[in-house]
Design a protein around this ligand. Structure first.
Ligand code: AOS
Ligand code: ZN
Ligand code: ZN
Ligand code: ZN
Length: 413
């Protein structure tokens, strides 16, 4: 991408937007301010249960994970935080990790606990964690979460994300109400120990790894539990955790209406929890979600700053860093397009029953090629105009392989 081409396409877009009375400088500063956290587990090849194909040069420890995110931050200027997973990312030397992160301009987003694997703890999570019939196992899972909070406190994190694999695979296996009750009680214990300036982000998921029932299958169950915990417990929306064709934008609106939206795990899917790159399959849905977010914040339903933004993706065939560059770009684009929606006109169409008009308002924004604007925001922030081209041109993966080795694996487990 030449500077000339960028300037030309930007000035054409500016002309179009200014004719509509849109303030360009304001738009650029909003795009630049929008930062999305990157999860520590997205930096290596994820694989499936059938196999895992290493990409080479994956970060071998927490320091190297931070370096990768620092690189993403430098190129894209769209991320300034990492979301850690315990026990995968237990810092050996907290001060050194904090210093390293600070030197790269990276902060610590919500901490993730892990009670979906056995990693040497004394009681197994095979039959569940916070919902386990055995109270000692529940206690162990609660204590693990408290340990995660402790680690997070030392790093300066302000949130705990809980995703549970708890559920059952066959009818009759579990007692639905008891499992829900135990989960709620366990979460109450965790919530009670959480610092007052922290929030608890509670994920829901309809299936996998349990295929008959999950204890927190949907936003409604998550919201119901959050209500019993307190107002710092809110619902986390992972885009991949919905049955096909679910109206996710409506869920977002409903949660905001009740000030119950904790934040997002951005990804995309064709069928379910595929953890594909955000915006790669359903960019229009992503745009509609941002329309609800912007509308909900503007109309005072829930403050924009109270919402957490994070990517949760897995990479089987792509270079994870290239994928994350694509994801950050797709999120920025969807957000920018949603900022272009003429909300006044939309409200007017809604009030007048102008169905065609309302659709036109959305299409007008969605079909605008906002790439020059997103690029300009990145350049003005000191990032690369075309981060992907830069990454390839500078042979960054090749140098990571040279430094870390061909078989370096990201996950500790
Ligand atoms: C699992 O499906 C959830 O999306 C989790 O948020 C996340 O992917 C997991 O904690 C990382 O392994
Ligand atoms: Zn998730
Ligand atoms: Zn998931
Ligand atoms: Zn997912």
């Amino acid at each position: 991408m030449s500077t000339h081409f960028h300037q030309k396409s930007l000035s054409l877009l500016s002309e179009q937007l200014e004719a509509k009375g849109i303030n360009l400088a304001d738009l650029v500063s909003r795009i630049s301010a929008f930062q999305i956290a990157v999860p520590s587990w997205a930096l290596g090849a994820g694989g499936t249960r059938f196999g895992r194909f290493s990409i080479g040069g994956e970060p071998r420890n927490l320091e190297e994970k931070l370096e990768d995110i620092g690189l993403l931050a430098k190129l894209t200027k769209r991320t300034d935080a990492v979301s850690l997973h315990i026990p995968w990312d237990i810092p050996q030397d907290t001060d050194a990790i904090k210093q390293k992160a600070a030197s790269l301009g990276i902060g610590f987003d919500a901490m993730n606990s892990n009670t979906f694997q056995d990693y040497g703890q004394s009681l197994s999570y095979k039959m569940g964690s916070l919902s386990n019939v055995d109270s000692a196992t529940r206690k162990q899972a609660v204590e693990h979460n408290l340990q995660v909070i402790e680690i997070g406190k030392n790093l300066g994190s302000k949130g705990l994300t809980v995703w549970l694999a708890d559920g059952s695979n066959f009818p009759g296996q579990a007692h639905f109400r008891k499992a829900l009750q135990w989960t709620t009680e366990s979460l109450k214990e965790i919530y009670a120990e959480m610092p007052h300036d922290w929030k608890l982000l509670l994920e829901y998921k309809p299936y996998e790894p349990n295929f008959y029932h999950t204890v927190i299958p949907d936003w409604g169950t998550s919201a119901m539990i959050c209500r019993q915990l307190g107002d710092r417990a809110k619902v986390l929306v992972d885009l991949g955790h919905h049955l096909p064709n679910t109206n996710i934008e409506q869920i977002v609106a409903t949660l905001m209406h009740q000030n119950l939206l904790a934040g997002f795990h951005f990804n995309d899917s064709k069928y379910g929890d595929d953890d594909l790159s955000t915006g790669s399959v359903k960019p229009y849905q992503l745009f509609l979600i941002f329309c609800e977010l912007i509308g909900g914040a503007a109309e005072g339903a829930q403050a924009w700053d109270s919402i957490s933004w994070m990517i949760d993706a897995s990479h089987n065939t792509k270079d994870p860093l290239e994928d994350l560059i694509q994801a950050l770009e797709a999120i920025s684009q969807a957000y920018t397009k949603a900022l272009l929606v003429d909300r006044e006109k939309l409200t007017q169409c809604q009030n007048e029953g102008d169905v065609v008009g309302a659709q036109e308002v959305l299409q007008e924004a969605f079909l605008t090629d906002v790439r020059p604007l997103v690029r300009e925001a990145r350049i003005q922030s000191g990032g690369e105009g075309d981060p992907l081209a830069f990454y390839r041109r500078e042979k960054i993966r090749e140098s990571l392989i040279a430094k870390r080795g061909k078989n370096a694996q990201a996950r500790g487990l």
